[in-house]
Write a protein that binds this ligand. Structure first.
Ligand code: NAD
Length: 501
């Protein structure tokens, strides 16, 4: 696809949407026949009518997954064969990269350039990495006495649910499905109500790649209904969830009320970017810091929404960040020049604007942005916004805004910076900027976060685990070989060597 607005609009107009649930290898209507409208957040208009599944559809999807698991059509295949199918799957995603990128762009309002250069390449790489890993891990033999042999082996969990958020629709699907499928599980996916289109197409491509029927199922619709049904289901062995801390908390109670299924949670964040007095090149820091908070419209769990900067640097850094912010063009996500698309839906835009209002009321000062924009398009756009003079007790300092809104704080000593950075119930990511490698190590170890980046904003790559401390997560990690372990059970096979035989 040529990267200009005319070409992306023309390509988008030709896309065919898959709108039914995907169960047991087929697209099917919801058994009730009901549908709901998915809205294009850049226009406010209906994009597609999607199957509104309910508990009966969840039961059907779980039964299909269970049948495929018990038959062993996937779980019992040699790892090298699972690898072959998943590599073929990755190739097909790559072949349809433009189409899948456009689906996320239209459905989630994500800038097309981000979809084409980040989300989709990351998705392909993620499936390839997990596929390649499966026939390279060895099991263990325990250090027993000479009369015993004890094998410690990992086995797939069985039927696993994946509940996804709307901010990275296909990429979060890959982070879950890569390790779940690589380790031999059968899966029921529930994409976010707002963003089902790319995941439905993904399921179709998985079948084309040779994934057996029933191994990957997709149910679409309302989270509080079908997400909850999946989590309460007595025949689901685990659910992995990415979403808000509030809903994640409910999942733990669903598990306790039902069959004690394993729950893996990747949740929210209120992530600090600590700029120490000896930070390198402030031009560079300004670019990184803006990227951290404005990328993906700030609809990002790892968004660096709190800038904690040494008092002596603040004015200079802020001036540079205001300049850099102007390069974050808000506009039609189909336009390759756009860097900030709309908020996912009207109610979310109103929530973000509500936070901006609360910041003003509580005495913080807007230094750039602060308003809704491009209203004539019908879309839900918010300007990139920076607040100065923020106090740690203010609402904007404490709650996850999930929009392009930065709060700036100052400190005088390293100890104050660390206290401010850790003063949050979350602990997902953090950045620290310094020229001194000793300081970098000391501060990185003092920050209570799952990923700490030094002199950059980064979530690492597929080889590094991603997940949160404190109320940013529970139990597991996405990405890396650690993600394989959480979708397997550990089994001991204890053998007695019988003398004389
Ligand atoms: P959300 O919690 O509203 O929804 C997430 C998913 O859960 C959706 O599929 C939704 O339909 C479903 N759901 C809603 N209610 C449910 C219920 N009662 N039972 C079961 N499922 C239910 O979150 P969101 O608004 O889609 O996503 C934004 C949140 O996700 C933010 O808090 C963000 O920080 C977090 N997030 C975290 C990570 C991470 O890796 N830690 C990554 C991306 C997003």
């Amino acid at each position: 696809m040529k990267l200009d607005l005319k070409a992306t609009r023309a390509a988008a107009a030709k896309i065919k949407f898959r709108t039914k649930a995907f169960i047991d290898g087929k697209f099917v209507k919801a058994q009730s026949g009901r549908t709901y409208d998915s809205i294009n957040p850049a226009t406010g208009r209906v994009l597609a009518s999607i199957a509104a599944c309910d508990e009966a559809d969840v039961d059907k999807a779980v039964a299909a997954a269970r049948r495929s698991f018990e038959k062993g059509v996937w779980a019992k295949r040699p790892p090298s064969e699972r690898k072959r199918v998943l590599l073929q799957f990755a190739d097909l995603i790559e072949k349809h990269l433009d189409e899948l990128a456009l689906l996320d762009c239209l459905d989630a309002g994500k800038p097309i350039t981000d979809c084409l250069t980040m989300d989709l390449p990351d998705t392909v790489h993620c499936f390839r990495w997990h596929a390649e890993a499966v026939d390279k891990e060895y099991e263990r033999v325990a250090p027993t006495g000479p009369d015993n042999v004890a094998l410690i082996v990992r086995e797939p969990l069985g039927v696993v649910g994946a509940i996804l958020p709307w901010n990275f629709p296909i990429q979060m699907a890959a982070w879950k499905l890569g390790p779940m499928l690589a380790t031999g599980n059968s899966v029921v996916v529930k994409p976010a109500r707002q963003t089902s289109l790319s995941v439905l197409r993904l399921a179709e491509l998985a079948m084309e790649a040779g994934l057996p029927e029933g191994v990957l199922n997709v149910v679409t619709g309302d989270g509080s209904r079908i997400g909850a049904a999946l989590c309460r289901h007595m025949d689901v062995d685990a659910v992995a969830f990415t979403g808000s801390t509030e809903v994640g908390r409910q999942l733990l109670s669903y598990s306790a009320e039902s069959n004690l299924k394993r729950i893996v949670l990747e949740l929210g964040g209120k992530n600090p970017q600590v700029v120490l007095e000896d930070a390198p090149d402030l031009d560079y820091v300004a670019i990184q810091a803006c990227n951290s908070v404005f990328w993906n419209m700030g609809e990002n769990c790892s968004s660096g929404s709190r800038l904690i900067v040494h008092r002596k640097l603040k004015e200079r850094l802020l001036a540079k960040m205001i300049e850099v912010s102007r390069e974050w063009i808000v506009g039609d996500p189909l336009d390759p020049k756009t860097r900030i698309g709309p908020m996912i839906e009207r109610s979310h835009m109103e929530k973000v604007l509500g936070y901006i209002e609360s910041g003003r009321k509580e005495g913080a000062r807007v230094v750039i942005g602060g308003k809704r924009t491009l209203e004539r398009t019908g879309g839900f756009f918010v300007e990139p916004t920076i607040f100065d003079d923020v106090r740690p007790t203010m609402t904007i300092a404490r709650e996850e805004i999930f929009g392009p809104v930065l709060s700036v704080f100052t400190f005088d000593t390293e100890a104050q910076a660390i206290t401010l950075a850790n003063d949050t119930p979350y602990g997902l990511t953090a950045s620290v900027y310094t020229r001194n490698v000793n300081t970098a190590h000391r501060v990185a170890r003092a920050l209570r976060a799952g990923t700490v980046s030094v002199n950059c904003f980064s979530e690492g790559d597929i080889t590094t685990p991603f997940g949160g401390f404190k109320q940013s997560g529970f139990f597991g990690r996405d990405k890396s070989i650690f993600a394989h372990h959480q979708y397997t059970e550990l089994k001991t096979v204890w053998m007695q060597l019988v003398q004389g035989t």
